[in-house]
Design a protein around this ligand. Sequence first.
Ligand code: PLP
Length: 369
Amino acid sequence: MAVPLLDLKAQHATIRDEVVASVLQVVDDQAFILGAPVAKLESAATPLSQVKHAIGCANGTDAILLAMRALDIGRGDEVITTPFTFFATAGTVHNVGATPVFVDIDPKTFNIRPDLAAAAVTARTKAVIPVDLFGQMAEIETIRRLMPSVPLIEDAAQSIGARRKIDGKWVMAGEAATIGTYSFFPSKNLGGYGDGGMMVTQDDALAKRLMRLRTHGSVQTYLHEEVGFNSRLDALQAAVLSAKLPHLAAWSAKRRENAAFYDAAFADLDVTTPYIDPANESIFNQYTLRLAKRDALKEHLKAKGIGHSVYYPLPLHLQPCFAYLGYKEGTCPESEKASREVISLPVFPELTGAQRDEVVAGVRSFFGK
Ligand SMILES: Cc1ncc(COP(=O)(O)O)c(C=O)c1O
Protein backbone atom coordinates (compact mmCIF):
# COMPACT_ATOMS: atom_id res chain seq x y z
CA MET A 1 0.00 0.00 0.00
CA ALA A 2 1.40 3.39 -0.98
CA VAL A 3 1.34 6.05 1.74
CA PRO A 4 1.51 9.74 0.81
CA LEU A 5 3.73 12.16 2.72
CA LEU A 6 0.70 14.40 3.15
CA ASP A 7 -2.96 13.85 2.27
CA LEU A 8 -4.76 17.17 2.01
CA LYS A 9 -7.83 15.53 0.48
CA ALA A 10 -8.28 13.36 3.56
CA GLN A 11 -8.25 16.44 5.78
CA HIS A 12 -10.58 18.38 3.50
CA ALA A 13 -13.11 15.54 3.61
CA THR A 14 -13.42 15.97 7.40
CA ILE A 15 -14.14 19.72 7.25
CA ARG A 16 -15.68 20.21 3.81
CA ASP A 17 -19.03 21.58 4.99
CA GLU A 18 -17.47 24.12 7.37
CA VAL A 19 -14.94 25.34 4.82
CA VAL A 20 -17.43 25.56 1.96
CA ALA A 21 -19.91 27.53 4.11
CA SER A 22 -17.17 29.93 5.20
CA VAL A 23 -15.92 30.45 1.64
CA LEU A 24 -19.46 30.82 0.24
CA GLN A 25 -20.09 33.65 2.69
CA VAL A 26 -17.21 35.61 1.16
CA VAL A 27 -18.41 34.80 -2.35
CA ASP A 28 -21.93 35.95 -1.53
CA ASP A 29 -20.62 39.12 0.15
CA GLN A 30 -18.36 39.86 -2.85
CA ALA A 31 -15.82 41.57 -0.60
CA PHE A 32 -12.52 39.87 -1.37
CA ILE A 33 -9.75 42.12 -0.08
CA LEU A 34 -9.02 42.27 3.67
CA GLY A 35 -12.27 43.25 5.43
CA ALA A 36 -14.26 41.13 7.89
CA PRO A 37 -12.87 37.65 7.01
CA VAL A 38 -9.27 38.75 7.58
CA ALA A 39 -10.17 40.70 10.74
CA LYS A 40 -11.99 37.61 12.05
CA LEU A 41 -8.94 35.40 11.53
CA GLU A 42 -6.64 38.00 13.10
CA SER A 43 -8.89 38.20 16.20
CA ALA A 44 -8.88 34.41 16.49
CA ALA A 45 -5.09 34.26 16.11
CA THR A 46 -4.27 36.70 18.91
CA PRO A 47 -5.46 34.51 21.82
CA LEU A 48 -3.96 31.42 20.17
CA SER A 49 -0.54 33.05 20.01
CA GLN A 50 -1.00 35.07 23.23
CA VAL A 51 -0.16 38.27 21.38
CA LYS A 52 -1.67 41.74 21.20
CA HIS A 53 -1.62 42.01 17.42
CA ALA A 54 -1.94 39.60 14.49
CA ILE A 55 -1.67 40.98 10.97
CA GLY A 56 -2.47 38.79 7.98
CA CYS A 57 -0.35 39.05 4.83
CA ALA A 58 0.08 37.31 1.49
CA ASN A 59 2.44 34.50 2.57
CA GLY A 60 5.03 33.46 5.13
CA THR A 61 7.87 34.84 3.03
CA ASP A 62 6.33 38.31 2.96
CA ALA A 63 5.71 38.07 6.71
CA ILE A 64 9.50 37.89 7.27
CA LEU A 65 10.16 40.56 4.65
CA LEU A 66 7.63 42.99 6.12
CA ALA A 67 8.94 42.29 9.62
CA MET A 68 12.41 43.39 8.51
CA ARG A 69 11.04 46.47 6.77
CA ALA A 70 9.10 47.38 9.91
CA LEU A 71 12.39 47.22 11.81
CA ASP A 72 14.04 49.47 9.18
CA ILE A 73 16.48 46.77 8.13
CA GLY A 74 18.13 47.38 4.79
CA ARG A 75 21.37 48.00 2.95
CA GLY A 76 24.52 47.59 5.04
CA ASP A 77 22.75 45.72 7.82
CA GLU A 78 23.39 42.17 8.96
CA VAL A 79 20.79 39.62 10.01
CA ILE A 80 21.85 36.47 11.83
CA THR A 81 20.03 33.27 11.00
CA THR A 82 20.29 29.51 10.49
CA PRO A 83 21.28 27.91 7.20
CA PHE A 84 19.19 24.81 7.94
CA THR A 85 15.77 26.12 6.96
CA PHE A 86 13.55 26.82 3.98
CA PHE A 87 15.04 29.33 1.57
CA ALA A 88 12.62 32.15 2.44
CA THR A 89 14.23 32.74 5.83
CA ALA A 90 17.39 34.12 4.23
CA GLY A 91 16.12 35.04 0.77
CA THR A 92 14.10 37.79 2.40
CA VAL A 93 17.20 39.13 4.17
CA HIS A 94 18.89 39.49 0.79
CA ASN A 95 15.76 41.04 -0.69
CA VAL A 96 15.64 43.88 1.84
CA GLY A 97 19.24 44.62 0.89
CA ALA A 98 20.80 43.23 4.07
CA THR A 99 23.41 40.50 4.50
CA PRO A 100 22.46 37.10 5.90
CA VAL A 101 24.93 35.89 8.51
CA PHE A 102 24.67 32.12 8.92
CA VAL A 103 25.48 30.34 12.16
CA ASP A 104 25.22 26.64 12.84
CA ILE A 105 22.51 24.59 14.47
CA ASP A 106 22.16 22.33 17.46
CA PRO A 107 22.39 18.85 15.91
CA LYS A 108 19.69 17.49 18.23
CA THR A 109 16.90 20.02 17.67
CA PHE A 110 18.08 21.34 14.27
CA ASN A 111 17.48 24.87 15.61
CA ILE A 112 19.96 27.76 15.70
CA ARG A 113 22.58 27.70 18.46
CA PRO A 114 22.06 30.79 20.62
CA ASP A 115 25.73 30.99 21.65
CA LEU A 116 26.88 31.00 18.03
CA ALA A 117 24.27 33.61 17.15
CA ALA A 118 25.45 35.85 20.01
CA ALA A 119 29.08 35.41 18.93
CA ALA A 120 28.20 36.61 15.42
CA VAL A 121 26.82 39.98 16.58
CA THR A 122 28.60 43.01 15.13
CA ALA A 123 27.86 46.74 15.09
CA ARG A 124 25.85 46.09 11.91
CA THR A 125 23.59 43.38 13.34
CA LYS A 126 19.98 44.52 13.10
CA ALA A 127 18.10 41.31 13.88
CA VAL A 128 18.32 37.60 14.55
CA ILE A 129 15.90 35.21 12.85
CA PRO A 130 15.63 31.92 14.71
CA VAL A 131 13.46 29.36 12.92
CA ASP A 132 11.15 27.05 14.87
CA LEU A 133 12.04 24.13 12.63
CA PHE A 134 9.76 21.15 11.97
CA GLY A 135 7.28 22.36 14.64
CA GLN A 136 9.65 22.81 17.59
CA MET A 137 10.45 26.22 19.03
CA ALA A 138 14.00 27.56 19.09
CA GLU A 139 15.60 28.59 22.40
CA ILE A 140 13.96 31.99 22.30
CA GLU A 141 14.68 32.91 25.92
CA THR A 142 18.39 32.09 25.60
CA ILE A 143 18.67 34.13 22.43
CA ARG A 144 16.93 37.03 24.20
CA ARG A 145 19.23 36.70 27.20
CA LEU A 146 22.43 36.53 25.14
CA MET A 147 21.44 39.27 22.68
CA PRO A 148 19.09 41.53 24.65
CA SER A 149 19.38 44.54 22.36
CA VAL A 150 18.95 42.66 19.06
CA PRO A 151 15.39 42.53 17.64
CA LEU A 152 14.18 38.97 17.26
CA ILE A 153 12.10 37.86 14.26
CA GLU A 154 10.84 34.37 15.01
CA ASP A 155 10.22 32.42 11.80
CA ALA A 156 7.41 30.22 13.07
CA ALA A 157 6.20 29.32 9.57
CA GLN A 158 6.21 25.65 10.57
CA SER A 159 5.18 26.07 14.17
CA ILE A 160 1.91 27.91 14.75
CA GLY A 161 0.49 26.61 18.04
CA ALA A 162 3.80 25.15 19.26
CA ARG A 163 4.82 26.20 22.75
CA ARG A 164 7.79 26.26 25.08
CA LYS A 165 7.87 26.39 28.87
CA ILE A 166 9.94 29.37 29.92
CA ASP A 167 10.28 30.18 33.63
CA GLY A 168 7.34 27.89 34.38
CA LYS A 169 5.01 29.56 31.86
CA TRP A 170 3.94 28.32 28.42
CA VAL A 171 5.07 30.70 25.70
CA MET A 172 3.56 30.29 22.23
CA ALA A 173 5.56 30.28 18.99
CA GLY A 174 5.83 33.93 17.96
CA GLU A 175 4.71 35.33 21.32
CA ALA A 176 8.08 36.33 22.77
CA ALA A 177 9.60 37.68 19.57
CA THR A 178 9.78 41.29 18.50
CA ILE A 179 7.80 40.02 15.50
CA GLY A 180 6.73 36.42 14.94
CA THR A 181 5.82 35.14 11.48
CA TYR A 182 3.58 32.31 10.26
CA SER A 183 2.96 30.67 6.91
CA PHE A 184 -0.37 29.21 5.85
CA PHE A 185 1.15 27.32 2.90
CA PRO A 186 -1.12 24.28 2.37
CA SER A 187 1.36 21.82 3.91
CA LYS A 188 1.59 23.68 7.20
CA ASN A 189 -0.33 22.51 10.28
CA LEU A 190 -2.74 25.37 9.60
CA GLY A 191 -2.74 25.44 5.81
CA GLY A 192 -4.86 27.55 3.50
CA TYR A 193 -6.23 26.55 0.12
CA GLY A 194 -3.51 28.67 -1.44
CA ASP A 195 -0.92 31.08 -0.04
CA GLY A 196 -1.25 33.04 3.18
CA GLY A 197 0.83 34.39 6.03
CA MET A 198 0.70 36.35 9.27
CA MET A 199 2.83 38.53 11.53
CA VAL A 200 2.31 38.79 15.29
CA THR A 201 3.67 41.27 17.79
CA GLN A 202 3.06 42.71 21.23
CA ASP A 203 4.21 46.15 20.08
CA ASP A 204 1.50 48.68 19.09
CA ALA A 205 3.76 50.83 16.93
CA LEU A 206 5.18 47.84 15.03
CA ALA A 207 1.67 46.48 14.46
CA LYS A 208 0.62 49.79 12.92
CA ARG A 209 3.68 49.83 10.71
CA LEU A 210 3.13 46.23 9.58
CA MET A 211 -0.47 47.01 8.68
CA ARG A 212 0.67 49.98 6.67
CA LEU A 213 3.45 48.05 4.95
CA ARG A 214 1.07 45.34 3.71
CA THR A 215 -1.05 47.94 1.88
CA HIS A 216 1.53 49.94 -0.08
CA GLY A 217 2.57 51.98 2.95
CA SER A 218 -0.84 53.58 3.09
CA VAL A 219 -3.36 53.89 5.92
CA GLN A 220 -5.60 56.43 4.25
CA THR A 221 -6.53 55.52 0.66
CA TYR A 222 -4.24 57.16 -1.90
CA LEU A 223 -2.02 58.71 0.76
CA HIS A 224 1.31 56.87 1.07
CA GLU A 225 3.51 57.65 4.03
CA GLU A 226 6.12 55.17 2.84
CA VAL A 227 6.63 52.70 0.02
CA GLY A 228 5.19 49.40 1.14
CA PHE A 229 4.00 46.23 -0.58
CA ASN A 230 0.86 44.63 -1.88
CA SER A 231 0.81 41.82 0.65
CA ARG A 232 -2.77 41.40 1.76
CA LEU A 233 -4.13 38.12 3.05
CA ASP A 234 -6.80 37.00 0.60
CA ALA A 235 -10.28 37.08 2.18
CA LEU A 236 -11.09 33.66 0.69
CA GLN A 237 -7.97 32.22 2.34
CA ALA A 238 -8.89 33.90 5.62
CA ALA A 239 -12.33 32.26 5.41
CA VAL A 240 -10.75 28.83 4.88
CA LEU A 241 -8.29 29.41 7.73
CA SER A 242 -11.00 30.59 10.14
CA ALA A 243 -12.91 27.38 9.48
CA LYS A 244 -9.77 25.30 10.03
CA LEU A 245 -8.35 27.11 13.07
CA PRO A 246 -10.67 25.48 15.66
CA HIS A 247 -9.25 22.10 14.56
CA LEU A 248 -5.59 23.05 14.80
CA ALA A 249 -4.96 21.90 18.38
CA ALA A 250 -6.53 18.47 17.77
CA TRP A 251 -4.62 18.03 14.50
CA SER A 252 -1.32 18.88 16.16
CA ALA A 253 -2.12 16.49 19.03
CA LYS A 254 -2.75 13.73 16.46
CA ARG A 255 0.63 14.49 14.88
CA ARG A 256 2.29 14.17 18.31
CA GLU A 257 0.52 10.84 18.76
CA ASN A 258 1.81 9.62 15.39
CA ALA A 259 5.29 10.80 16.31
CA ALA A 260 5.20 8.91 19.63
CA PHE A 261 4.04 5.79 17.77
CA TYR A 262 6.99 6.01 15.37
CA ASP A 263 9.44 6.74 18.23
CA ALA A 264 8.43 3.49 19.91
CA ALA A 265 8.40 1.52 16.65
CA PHE A 266 11.91 2.66 15.69
CA ALA A 267 13.47 2.48 19.17
CA ASP A 268 15.53 -0.64 18.40
CA LEU A 269 16.81 0.62 15.03
CA ASP A 270 20.11 2.28 14.25
CA VAL A 271 18.41 5.58 13.50
CA THR A 272 17.98 8.85 15.41
CA THR A 273 14.34 9.71 16.10
CA PRO A 274 13.37 13.38 16.61
CA TYR A 275 14.70 14.98 19.77
CA ILE A 276 12.20 17.28 21.40
CA ASP A 277 13.67 19.58 24.03
CA PRO A 278 11.84 18.79 27.31
CA ALA A 279 10.79 22.46 27.50
CA ASN A 280 9.01 22.18 24.15
CA GLU A 281 5.69 20.91 22.93
CA SER A 282 6.21 20.32 19.21
CA ILE A 283 3.44 20.44 16.64
CA PHE A 284 5.42 18.02 14.40
CA ASN A 285 5.01 19.78 11.10
CA GLN A 286 7.59 17.19 10.13
CA TYR A 287 8.69 13.91 11.69
CA THR A 288 12.36 13.74 10.78
CA LEU A 289 14.72 10.83 11.21
CA ARG A 290 18.44 11.02 10.77
CA LEU A 291 20.86 8.30 9.73
CA ALA A 292 24.12 8.05 7.83
CA LYS A 293 22.54 5.74 5.23
CA ARG A 294 19.79 8.30 4.46
CA ASP A 295 20.08 8.05 0.67
CA ALA A 296 19.74 4.28 0.77
CA LEU A 297 16.64 4.53 3.01
CA LYS A 298 15.23 7.10 0.60
CA GLU A 299 15.57 4.65 -2.30
CA HIS A 300 14.08 1.86 -0.20
CA LEU A 301 11.02 3.94 0.74
CA LYS A 302 10.62 5.14 -2.83
CA ALA A 303 10.52 1.54 -4.08
CA LYS A 304 7.83 0.76 -1.49
CA GLY A 305 5.72 3.83 -2.33
CA ILE A 306 6.11 5.34 1.12
CA GLY A 307 6.02 9.12 1.12
CA HIS A 308 9.15 10.89 2.34
CA SER A 309 11.09 14.05 1.70
CA VAL A 310 14.41 15.61 2.57
CA TYR A 311 14.12 18.96 4.31
CA TYR A 312 16.67 20.34 3.43
CA PRO A 313 19.24 18.80 1.07
CA LEU A 314 21.55 21.84 0.74
CA PRO A 315 22.00 24.31 3.59
CA LEU A 316 21.54 27.94 2.66
CA HIS A 317 25.15 29.07 3.21
CA LEU A 318 26.15 26.73 0.35
CA GLN A 319 23.40 27.72 -2.08
CA PRO A 320 24.74 29.04 -5.40
CA CYS A 321 22.87 32.33 -4.99
CA PHE A 322 24.75 33.03 -1.75
CA ALA A 323 28.22 32.23 -3.16
CA TYR A 324 28.89 35.99 -2.99
CA LEU A 325 28.85 35.71 0.80
CA GLY A 326 31.97 33.53 0.68
CA TYR A 327 30.91 30.61 2.89
CA LYS A 328 32.85 27.41 2.27
CA GLU A 329 31.96 23.82 3.07
CA GLY A 330 32.73 23.15 6.70
CA THR A 331 31.61 26.58 7.96
CA CYS A 332 28.38 25.20 9.44
CA PRO A 333 29.29 21.52 9.87
CA GLU A 334 26.19 20.45 11.79
CA SER A 335 23.86 21.96 9.18
CA GLU A 336 25.84 20.27 6.43
CA LYS A 337 25.75 16.92 8.23
CA ALA A 338 22.02 17.26 8.91
CA SER A 339 21.43 17.94 5.21
CA ARG A 340 23.08 14.62 4.40
CA GLU A 341 21.28 12.63 7.09
CA VAL A 342 17.67 13.81 7.47
CA ILE A 343 14.55 12.27 6.02
CA SER A 344 10.96 13.16 6.92
CA LEU A 345 8.11 10.65 7.05
CA PRO A 346 4.31 10.96 6.82
CA VAL A 347 3.00 12.32 10.17
CA PHE A 348 -0.17 14.11 9.04
CA PRO A 349 -3.15 13.88 11.41
CA GLU A 350 -5.40 11.84 9.11
CA LEU A 351 -2.86 9.02 8.79
CA THR A 352 -4.77 5.76 9.36
CA GLY A 353 -3.53 2.96 11.61
CA ALA A 354 -2.91 0.82 8.53
CA GLN A 355 -0.91 3.59 6.84
CA ARG A 356 1.14 4.14 9.97
CA ASP A 357 1.89 0.41 10.19
CA GLU A 358 2.94 0.43 6.54
CA VAL A 359 5.40 3.29 7.17
CA VAL A 360 6.81 1.45 10.19
CA ALA A 361 7.14 -1.83 8.25
CA GLY A 362 8.81 0.02 5.38
CA VAL A 363 11.41 1.63 7.61
CA ARG A 364 12.00 -1.53 9.66
CA SER A 365 12.48 -3.68 6.58
CA PHE A 366 15.32 -1.39 5.52
CA PHE A 367 17.11 -2.50 8.68
CA GLY A 368 16.27 -6.15 7.98
CA LYS A 369 13.63 -6.26 10.76
C1 PLP B 1 10.79 28.00 7.79
C2 PLP B 1 9.98 28.64 6.73
N1 PLP B 1 10.09 29.99 6.54
C3 PLP B 1 9.37 30.62 5.62
C4 PLP B 1 8.48 29.95 4.81
C5 PLP B 1 7.78 30.72 3.74
O1 PLP B 1 6.40 30.62 3.80
P1 PLP B 1 5.52 30.78 2.46
O2 PLP B 1 5.72 29.58 1.63
O3 PLP B 1 4.13 30.92 2.99
O4 PLP B 1 5.98 32.04 1.78
C6 PLP B 1 8.31 28.56 4.97
C7 PLP B 1 7.36 27.74 4.21
O5 PLP B 1 7.15 27.62 3.10
C8 PLP B 1 9.09 27.89 5.95
O6 PLP B 1 8.99 26.57 6.12
